[in-house]
Ligand binder design. Structure first.
Ligand code: ADP
Length: 306
């Protein structure tokens, strides 16, 4: 019997420098990146689906074709007449990367505007994954709609997973950001934050403080990522620590956390062993930071122990 991993959020068109003023086009976005790595690591018993909204233009068609080619289901994606996907550009200046975004009017902002299709998608899934970015891009009433569906999924016993992925510039105020991210965590079973974001924006002075805050909100399991310093797990109250893998040369940390989440969840779904899943995910993330770009091909992830 096939089971479904459903990731909800925004995938954008990515433009990166290709030399001589040329730009290379790609597709990426936090929840899509996680779906990509979950697909790479899960066996054929699991389908991985992406839930978002896109437009009816050629670029939306191309993105759907790209997602489909990655082996990720596109049948739940809503298409909205007259809309277009969000876009971002990676700028390089003296070796430093910065990002410019055009996503204020992207189709994905309407992903929760049709409650029936949202409900149908969530009900069809065994695991539901979303992030603080998913919540941040939605109008407030649509974020409430999504969170209500997420709470139903949790109550129905589904594995609901949330990465707070805190991006202050996507939020209209700090208060709304704090309240909505806390509500996201409260509505979830497993929360997968990055410690540097939590320290910067929730003022946590230790990893333990992050774990305690999310447990107090009602999350059952917490995995706190801390870059090269490894991850702290609290699974149903049981603590463990898994170090990061040594990386010879860090090339590009884009999607380190997203790839960790996808690989962790894939391994956890198949083994129910959170510590082993974190060890596996640390190996995948180490390979991702050793390569350029958000989406590293499956063949380069060393999944066969190679
Ligand atoms: P995020 O991208 O969300 O900020 P982190 O920086 O915590 O997430 O990285 C996620 C995971 O990627 C870490 O738990 C670790 O396994 C791996 N990772 C990140 N940076 C490094 C590094 N410099 N060396 C080895 N592994 C790393």
């Amino acid at each position: 019997m096939s089971r479904r991993f459903l990731s909800i959020g925004e995938c954008m068109v990515e433009l990166s420098q290709a030399g001589d003023g040329l730009l290379r086009k790609g597709f990426a976005g936090d929840t899509f990146n996680t779906a990509w790595y979950a697909r790479a690591c899960l066996g054929p018993d699991w389908s991985v689906d992406y839930f978002t909204a896109l437009g009816d233009d050629a670029m939306s068609d191309e993105m759907v074709a790209f997602i489909d080619k990655a082996g990720i289901g596109t049948s739940l994606i809503r298409r909205i007449r007259g809309k277009t996907p969000g876009l971002y550009m990676i700028n390089l200046k003296n070796g430093e990367r910065s990002f410019s975004y055009w996503r204020d009017s992207s189709a994905a902002r309407s992903l929760a505007a049709d409650p029936d299709s949202l409900r149908e998608a969530v009900e069809s899934a065994d695991l539901v994954y979303f992030s603080g970015i998913t919540l941040a891009i939605l109008p407030q009433e649509d974020a409430a709609t999504l969170l209500a569906e997420i709470r139903r999924a949790k109550a129905a016993g589904k594995l609901v997973v949330f990465d707070p992925n805190i991006r202050p510039r996507l939020w209209s105020s700090y208060d709304i950001m704090h309240a909505t991210i806390s509500e996201g965590a409260r509505s979830s079973v497993l929360v997968m934050p990055s410690f540097d974001d939590e320290a910067a924006h929730f003022g946590d002075d230790s990893i333990e403080a992050t774990v305690h805050r999310y447990r107090a909100l009602g999350a059952v399991h917490i995995v706190v990522k801390n870059g090269a310093a490894g991850v702290r797990l609290n699974f149903a109250g049981e603590e463990s620590f898994v170090p990061a893998e040594k990386v010879e040369q860090v090339v590009d940390t884009t999607s380190a956390g997203d790839s960790f989440n996808g690989a962790f969840l894939a391994h956890y779904l198949e083994t129910a062993d959170a510590t082993a899943a974190a060890r596996f995910a640390a190996g995948v993330a180490a390979r991702v930071v050793s390569e350029h770009g958000a989406l590293v091909a499956k063949e380069k992830l060393g999944l066969d122990g190679g």
